[in-house]
Design a protein around this ligand. Structure first.
Ligand SMILES: *Cc1c(COP(=O)(O)O)cnc(C)c1O
Length: 418
């Protein structure tokens, strides 16, 4: 058994749904991202069911994994989207997304991105500063439009997660301090091309406790009540994303427990509840499949040098993040303590330290929980083409992104004239 539903051993071979990973490696090559359609659908439905009959909208955070096939699957399930760039807006539209289910977050929205989003008639801009609000007002005026806006409030709560992905402390660059946000809402008449329709926060990522969500939720709900008694027409509360997943021994709250806690902070206030889950929707729906190139034994250490690297999956190098690594074929031989590393010329290029397997050269390994912030953070460092991506549906494997070619990597480069 593995801890990952839809990614299970049968005899000694690791499968995704009904397909052996060995088959995928020989057909599509490695490194390769492999997703389970069933895992994605089950998780989306868990969110949906947790809200029961409430008025809610799930806005999947596109940056977690922006592959068109994943976006399109979520479109078919009725999902909305949280975007952070004009590029992500174009992806969602290309995948068939409904603009009236799109919210636009991010501290540095640029004029052309605002124009694009206004022209598309998105549901809401999550505005993160007074300066951004002024620019949006100007641009909307020039287009003869009224921009629907939530202010992203920084509730100053400690998400107790990795400092790089903590966003709700007052020293972080994100959001507007609560008191300032309240003043801006009440100065709405200075912004004739803005309509305040919501209130928003997002306090960080990979949260494994409920407490910070509840604290942030309570601060926002009390502001919501003040806005409502001041006659502001706020129709939705957006509590962001951030629910953690299990990479190894973490025990994050279940989706139901998390959603219940948010609904409880909202109490009897009649507004639509939005959430922006990224990692918790796709993180455990994908893995990175890689093949061992060499086993290298030095007097100090044993290295499994594999064909996936930090450019494919940056999280270990960037946050010292832990990903479970499973052998695709479980062997009965002696266990050896391996450093699982890639071919990139950096000591920080590792996928896992001190992992115990019985391995032979050319064996396949599965780096688990790689569905979120895997391919979307990948790069071409060391002129390495980005990995192929496939989605398994029962006994069928669909290629959803072809492996990049070297020609694609150099296509937009030119040398100086002679
Ligand atoms: C990244 C991000 C999310 C998603 O966070 P997860 O931890 O992946 O759920 C949601 N909202 C905003 C504004 C974000 O920047």
């Amino acid at each position: 058994m593995s801890d990952f539903p839809h990614f299970e051993y049968q005899q000694n071979a690791l499968y995704v749904e009904s397909v052996p990973l060995e088959t995928i490696a020989s057909k599509f090559g490695t490194p390769c991202y492999v997703y389970s359609r069933a895992a994605l659908i089950t998780t989306y439905q868990a969110f949906e069911q947790a809200f029961a009959d409430d008025d809610f909208l799930i806005c999947y955070a596109v940056k977690a994994n922006s592959n068109l096939a994943i976006l399109n699957l979520l479109v078919r399930l009725g999902s909305g989207f949280d975007i952070v760039s004009g590029g992500e807006l174009q992806r969602v539209i290309k995948a068939g997304g409904d603009p009236q289910k799109i919210v636009f977050s991010g501290v540095g929205k640029q004029a052309d991105e605002m124009r694009m989003a206004l022209a598309t008639d998105i549901l809401c801009f999550n505005v993160e500063s007074a300066a951004e609000l002024q620019l949006l007002n100007q641009i909307a005026a020039a287009m003869n439009k009224v921009a629907p806006v939530s202010l992203r409030v920084n509730p100053d709560v400690d998400a107790k997660t990795h400092p790089y992905i903590s966003t709700g402390l007052k020293e972080n660059k994100f959001g507007i301090p609560l008191e300032e946000a309240e003043q801006i809402y009440f100065s709405a008449d200075q912004f004739p091309h803005i309509r305040f329709t919501g209130l928003d926060c997002h306090i960080g990522s990979q949260l494994t406790e409920l407490d910070p969500f509840t604290q942030a939720g309570e601060k926002l709900v009390s502001l919501l009540q003040r806005l409502k008694s001041g006659n502001q027409q706020i129709t939705h509360l957006d509590l962001g994303g951030g629910l953690g997943i299990r990479y190894s021994t973490e025990t994050p709250p279940s989706i139901q427990t998390y959603v219940n806690a948010l609904r409880k902070t909202l109490g009897t206030n009649k507004v639509r509840l939005l959430i922006e889950p990224g990692r918790s929707l796709v993180g455990n729906a994908g893995l990175l499949l890689t093949r061992t190139i060499y086993l290298k034994h030095t007097p100090d250490r044993h290295f499994a040098i594999v064909d996936a690297a930090m450019n494919d999956l940056m999280r270990p190098s960037l946050y010292n993040a832990y990903h479970e690594i499973l052998p695709v074929l479980k062997r009965n031989g002696d266990l050896c303590n391996y450093q699982v590393v890639g071919p990139v010329c950096e000591t920080g290029d590792f996928l896992g330290h001190d992992r115990k397997f019985s391995l032979e050269a050319a064996d396949l390994l599965a780096v688990m929980s790689a569905g979120a912030y895997g391919t979307s953070m990948s790069s071409n460092y060391n002129t390495r083409p980005r990995a192929a991506e496939v989605m398994v549906d029962g006994d069928t494997v669909h290629l959803i992104r072809a492996r990049e070619t070297i020609d694609q990597l150099t296509a937009s480069e030119t040398i100086l004239p002679a």
